[in-house]
Design a binder for this molecule. Structure first.
Ligand SMILES: Cc1ncc(COP(=O)(O)O)c(C=O)c1O
Length: 417
């Protein structure tokens, strides 16, 4: 079931492969984060985890903010109902259309380098506006317990702590820039709440250092995101309660009533609210091993095939039309693409499968379609639906084979196909 609807009914109505998201699960997760972190902390939804406009709309309607990483994500976020002042924009290569969209909507830009600060100031001056900026700090230590570390040591992200004062002073001298705060983001899939809190503390220390250097108050501190979601056998849930308790204590210690704080979470808000639903097309035996060929594969859910992971481990997978089925299939799952890379890691305990069965990849609401190499082999995009209690609404139409020509032209042809 997703919400009050059986996935088999969703597969009948919308076809497969299909992404299904549960509105109630997203709202409950947002509420849990807010209750744990307290009223001083704004929760921003990181659209990179799931840039489906209907998913972003759920968070906009629940009063969250948005973390965006491209002009396209600003467009999606605005369409979903976010206003520019609710958005913060990180990413080490912001330029051209990114700056145009951010400046015209009043989005806060998280600056990743001195060069980028100069580009933002020039773009804002040319538009005769003042850019709201925060400096992204590259903390000296990397994040312990994080599966993909994005800070500590030499990094393309953020400004090293020893360069921070100089860049901050420069920002406060620029008439087309207003320095509003600091930002950090140290890594994704973090399971160590203590490690996460050490980074939060380091950001408070960096803020004190920058304020001393510039004499200007910093109104906003964004501690980043990365709260982990258990996907594999030995993963333990992220301890939201201790992270919340620790963050409230740090904020109390900071003793700054004039300050707002934020976190920007993607995976934690949406991963477990979504699943990727596929149907078994064929089951065959080859040299003593059974293979089930699914109608969706790495081109639609790359992360489930292990793309981006060092170790090949299976996502949680269930036979979705008969979850009580017993017996072990001893069967390998593969997608429809003609590459050996389009295979899913072995799923322990998966029951016998026959053609027509439904196979659901759970915890797939984050970094699913958006992380996938959707052009590979020119298959149509899967549909995406949102379940709200006993209702399902289509968020993204299933693609068509003709989409493979979208925007392309033959040599010598004037207009796009
Ligand atoms: C700057 C930034 N913010 C937020 C996120 C969201 O992280 P997560 O989905 O792990 O919470 C990411 C992910 O890479 C990121 O790079």
């Amino acid at each position: 079931m997703v919400g009050e609807l059986p996935v088999s009914a969703l597969a009948e109505r919308f076809g497969t492969p299909l992404y299904v998201y549960d509105r109630g699960a997203m709202e409950r997760r947002l509420q849990a984060v807010r209750s744990a972190l307290g009223p001083r902390v704004d929760v921003l939804f990181a659209l990179k985890a799931n840039p489906s406009v209907g998913v972003a709309q759920v968070f906009a309607e629940a009063g969250a903010g948005a973390e965006v990483a491209s002009a396209g994500e600003i467009v999606v976020a605005r369409h979903a109902g976010f206003e520019g002042h609710q958005m913060q924009f990180a990413g080490p290569g912001k330029h051209g259309p990114d700056l145009d969209h951010a400046l015209s909507a009043g989005v806060t830009l998280n600056v990743e380098s001195r060069g980028e600060l100069e580009a933002i100031a020039a773009a804002a001056a040319a538009r005769e506006v003042q850019a709201s900026v925060a400096l992204r700090v590259n903390p000296p230590a990397s994040m312990s317990g994080s599966r993909m570390r994005m800070s500590g040591g030499s990094a393309k992200f953020g400004i090293d702590v020893d360069l921070l004062d100089e860049v901050a002073r420069r920002a406060t001298e620029m008439p087309s820039v207003r320095l509003v705060g600091l930002h950090t983001y140290a890594g994704t899939q973090t399971f160590d709440a203590e490690g996460w809190l050490r980074h939060a503390r380091a950001l408070l220390e960096a803020a004190a250092q920058v304020e001393a250097a510039t004499g200007a108050p910093l109104e906003r501190l964004n501690f980043g995101g990365g709260f982990g979601v258990p996907l594999f056998a030995k993963d333990t849930p992220f301890d939201l309660a201790s992270a919340g308790e620790g963050l409230r204590a740090l904020i109390a210690e900071d003793a700054r009533e004039d300050r707002r704080y934020a976190v920007e979470l993607g995976r934690f808000l949406v991963a477990e609210a979504g699943l990727f639903l596929t149907r078994v097309l064929y089951v065959k035996e080859s040299q003593g091993t059974r293979h089930a060929i699914l109608d969706g594969g790495m081109n639609q859910h790359a992360a489930a095939t292990g793309v981006g992971s060092v170790f090949q481990r299976s996502f949680p997978v269930v036979k979705a039309n008969d979850v009580r089925a017993e017996g072990e299939a001893g069967c390998r799952l593969g997608g429809p693409l003609c590459t050996p890379a389009d295979a899913f890691p072995e799923v322990p305990g998966l029951p016998e499968l026959v053609p027509g069965d439904l196979v659901a990849f759970l915890a797939s609401g984050a970094y699913g379609l958006t992380f996938s190499n959707v052009l590979f082999l020119s298959h149509p995009l899967p549909a995406e639906v949102l379940v709200d209690g006993d209702r399902a609404v289509l968020l993204r139409e299933r693609g068509a084979p003709e989409d493979a020509l979208r925007g392309q032209r033959r040599i010598g042809e004037g207009a796009p196909a």
